[in-house]
Design a protein around this ligand. Structure first.
Ligand SMILES: [Zn+2]
Ligand SMILES: [Zn+2]
Length: 278
């Protein structure tokens, strides 16, 4: 696999289907590997993508809704079992809203052999404050949480800064929105950073705009509008309603094209996107 790259592990909203699992995006940096969100059965998709779970350096969670976190416990158990049985010197860092760190800590107290605090640390986004980019490993990959609006749930998007080869070339900035929309403060911050690639939820088409507003989700047009405002090169749309068929997704793409002239990709599970040329 050529790196850096992005692999879609799950691309549907709320309810998994045989072809689309719930949310998860894998980022393959030059050295570090990071997961953003961990929907149900993410570890199966990880295996299908040919990535060993012990290669993960960090997991960033956007918010605590089930379609973004229900794969976390089984994946962490596999990680811990592999590290222990093979005596590997590995640990994993989780960045998440405090509510999720509390759930993980409560579980660790009851089943201490499976989610071990030495192997797995959970840092709540509010505890790290506004420190800018958090560097992972060898500095070829860093990430920054940015608050987004998703109903009344504490929710973050993540900007990921990725080094490219050769080393002197400019790093790539990817914004993964999680769920919801980017408000004025979020937009200002993203503009100041400069975002090359946006991975944005597009739960509904424009035909269901009212439903999107009521549920705190984004439409395909909302996603494209952000990409257009930021002057990004590539927009990857994901987190589609599980009711949607191919025709709905074509509608989504066509609606997004009316406001964004850059490249648009409709995410599919196990889609591999090399990033070096973006
Ligand atoms: Zn969701
Ligand atoms: Zn959600």
């Amino acid at each position: 696999m050529r790196r850096p790259a992005l692999v879609v592990l799950g691309s549907v909203a709320s309810i998994p289907t045989p072809h689309r699992y719930t949310q998860s995006i894998l980022i393959l940096g030059l050295k570090d590997v990071v997961l953003v969100d961990c929907g149900e059965a993410t570890q199966i998709r990880l295996q299908q993508a040919g990535i060993d779970v012990v290669k993960l350096s960090a997991i960033a969670i956007t918010h605590i809704h089930g379609d973004h976190v229900f794969g976390l416990f089984p994946l962490l158990q596999s990680f811990a079992l592999r590290v222990r049985s093979q005596n590997l010197r590995k640990s994993i860092r989780i960045l998440a809203p405090r509510s999720l760190c509390n759930v993980l800590e409560a579980y660790a107290q009851v089943v201490s052999t499976e989610v071990d605090q030495h192997l797995i640390t959970c840092n709540s986004v509010d505890s790290i404050g506004n420190k800018g980019f958090l560097v992972l490993g060898d500095e070829s990959l860093a990430l920054m949480p940015i608050r987004v609006q998703h109903g009344d749930v504490e929710s973050y998007g993540y900007v990921i800064k990725l080094a490219r080869r050769p080393k002197k070339s400019e790093p790539l900035h990817i914004f993964i929105s999680g769920n919801g929309t980017c408000d004025d403060q979020c937009r200002r911050l993203l503009k100041s950073i400069g975002v090359d690639i946006i991975v944005h939820e597009a739960t509904f088409t424009k035909f269901e705009e009212l439903r999107a507003r009521i549920t705190g989700h984004a439409t395909c047009v909302d996603a494209a509008q952000l990409a257009s405002e930021l002057g990004s090169k590539l927009l990857i749309l994901t987190h589609f309603s599980s009711r949607y068929n191919d025709k709905d997704l074509i509608d989504c793409l066509e609606q997004a094209r009316t406001v964004f002239s850059g490249q648009i990709v409709l995410a599919r599970d196990l889609m591999y996107i090399p990033l070096a040329m973006v």
